[in-house]
Design a protein around this ligand. Structure first.
Ligand code: 16G
Ligand code: ZN
Length: 529
């Protein structure tokens, strides 16, 4: 009966029009006005995913992150807060594109392929959250129609939240040891850890650009818990005005434009932070004495946090394998710094959080960041337990102090997914522990000038890549031509890859000087065209 209802409600209330959808690196993401049938179908899919986990909670987040306000999107979150397992993405795509009236049959096919018992849908549990986009309420109602049609047992509304808050609460619902499964639980866990580390004093001045998105009101809520230890002023906080979301502000704007967002007054000595539209990405920057803008991106954050954690763990008396995971977009200077100065192992993966997160699991402590500011730290669960179970009385006095600090640092980090708020707090902790200014941090290494270009091609799937997207295998001759170009430039590096989110091919280039780098980028773009 439930399956029949899925088709009835689908055909009458959420009919699919002639648009093709595909579950990609960011879930389903496109123009908000085409998404209604997809939301409904994601509701069905999430219920199925919960069946797979014997009734554990599955999360669903409705957001289009840094995209313009006319877009929206949706992604499914697994019980421990990870992104949905890759193997299921194609099933999600199949269900999303199933013709009207064939939902029940498609669900049955999928259940059969995955060996799931559809009777268990009555035990399925889901929780959902959404960002501040004006299209959210209607799209969320369609999602809930999906949950109701298929007949989930529990369906919780977390409200207007950041993406990492939804991941955190999903995890806590299934693993109460991670924290209390409410927004208050999230704020309290992080705020308590931060206050214990930073002490009672007022922290350095932080100006936070909320991208006019959900990060602004939720950070405002957080301020009540954290007090003056986090001395933050929020700008671009107009999340109630729809047309300004991500407009000339936010982490993506800062990273791509390599300049400060709107409504930021340059002041020397202030820490500047930009979140993206759903607060899972973060950029730092500062203005030097001459008011020149300097960006501290995901690579700089990875080296700061990774370097500090490696020291802290050692000083606390633990011997653990800490590694840093990057993508091809990581600046060559950051990779050289990690390798030669910090001497930590590095892994390189294809673009997309799920790949980095997965690779980070190979280390006892995995630090992963994309250059664009998405990242976090994950502790292997056995390693974390070992740290927590350490008999501190057997440690030296200085080790005991570091050990206590490490425990708080673990609590400060949102291990489920990149979290702009938690990452920013972690940066503040490291700067204070090291007694560093942003200038000191920036001086660790100097970024090689770099440039990204988009190239429109007839068929971007013709470009095939290997070696974590650093080389192409097709079309024939492309890689040889890129190699030839790169060889002419001092400290040159360049790669070409098809975008996973736009119908373009992306070119990345870096070289010793800005001029050389731009030349190389245009030369490779020419070759690609
Ligand atoms: C998605 C990814 C992001 C990646 C970007 C690359 C997640 C949650 N997001 O937004 O990590 O940097 O795609 O886009 O995985 P591109 O393939 O168009 O370059
Ligand atoms: Zn985002």
């Amino acid at each position: 009966a439930a399956l029949k209802r899925c088709d009835e409600v689908g055909s009458s209330k959420h009919p699919l029009k002639d648009v093709k959808f595909s579950y990609g690196t960011a879930g389903f993401r496109t123009k908000a006005n085409t998404l209604d049938p997809i939301m409904y179908r994601v509701g069905l899919m999430a219920a199925l995913r919960s069946v797979k986990f014997k009734g554990q909670y599955i999360g669903v987040m409705v957001t289009a992150s840094h995209n313009p306000v006319c877009d929206n999107g949706v992604k499914i979150v697994d019980p421990y807060g990870d992104m949905m397992e890759e193997k299921w993405e194609s099933y999600a795509t199949t269900l999303a594109n199933a013709p009207n009236g064939e939902l029940a049959a498609t669900l049955q096919d999928i259940a059969k392929a995955l060996d799931l018992n559809l009777e268990d849908i009555s035990k399925a549990k889901v929780i959902y959250g959404y960002d501040t986009r004006p299209s959210c309420p209607e799209l969320v109602a369609s999602l809930v129609d999906g949950f109701n049609a298929i007949g989930v047992e529990v369906c919780k509304d977390l409200g207007v939240v950041t993406t990492p808050q939804l991941h955190f609460v999903t995890r806590c619902l299934n693993d109460p040891s991670y924290g209390e499964a409410t927004l208050e639980g999230y704020y309290r866990k992080i705020a308590e850890a931060f206050k214990k580390i930073q002490g009672p004093g007022k922290g350095p001045e932080v100006v936070l650009d909320g991208a006019n998105g959900v990060g602004a009101p939720r950070t405002n809520d957080f301020k009540k818990y954290v007090g003056k230890a986090f001395n933050v002023t929020i700008v671009n906080d107009a999340s109630h005005k729809d047309d300004v979301l991500n407009d000339s502000c936010g982490a993506d704007f800062v990273k791509v434009q390599q300049k400060a967002p709107n409504n930021v007054t340059p002041t020397h000595g202030v820490h500047y932070v930009s979140f993206d539209g759903d607060a899972d990405r973060v950029m730092y920057y500062f203005f030097d004495k001459d008011m020149k803008f300097h960006m501290l991106d995901g690579d700089k954050i990875a080296t700061l946090i990774g370097g500090y954690l490696a020291e802290l763990v050692k000083d606390a008396g633990h011997s653990l394998n800490l590694g840093v995971v990057q993508t091809a977009y990581a600046n060559g200077s950051s990779t050289a710094y990690l390798e030669n100065e910090m001497k930590v192992p590095i892994a390189c993966t294809p673009t997309g959080v799920k790949h980095l997160h997965h690779a980070a699991k190979d280390f006892d402590i995995g630090v992963y960041f994309e250059a664009n500011g998405h990242g976090t730290v994950i502790f292997d669960s056995k390693v974390e337990k070992k740290i927590r179970d350490t008999d501190a009385s057997k440690l030296s006095a200085s080790q005991q102090e570091k050990h206590a600090l490490l425990l708080n640092v673990i609590d400060l980090i949102n291990q489920t997914v990149g979290d702009a708020l938690s990452d920013a707090l972690m940066v503040e902790v490291v700067l204070k522990q090291k007694n560093w200014t942003c200038e000191d941090w920036d001086a660790c290494y100097t970024d090689l000038p770099n440039r990204q270009l988009k190239v429109s091609v007839k068929d971007r799937t013709a470009v095939q890549v290997t070696n974590a997207e650093r080389q192409t295998t097709a079309p024939a001759g492309l890689q040889e031509a890129v190699d030839e170009a790169v060889a002419k430039y001092s400290k040159g590096r360049s790669f070409v890859r098809p975008s996973g989110t736009e119908d373009v091919v992306r070119v990345y280039a870096e070289a010793e000087t800005r001029e050389l780098c731009d030349q190389l980028a245009y030369e490779v773009a020419q070759i690609t065209h």
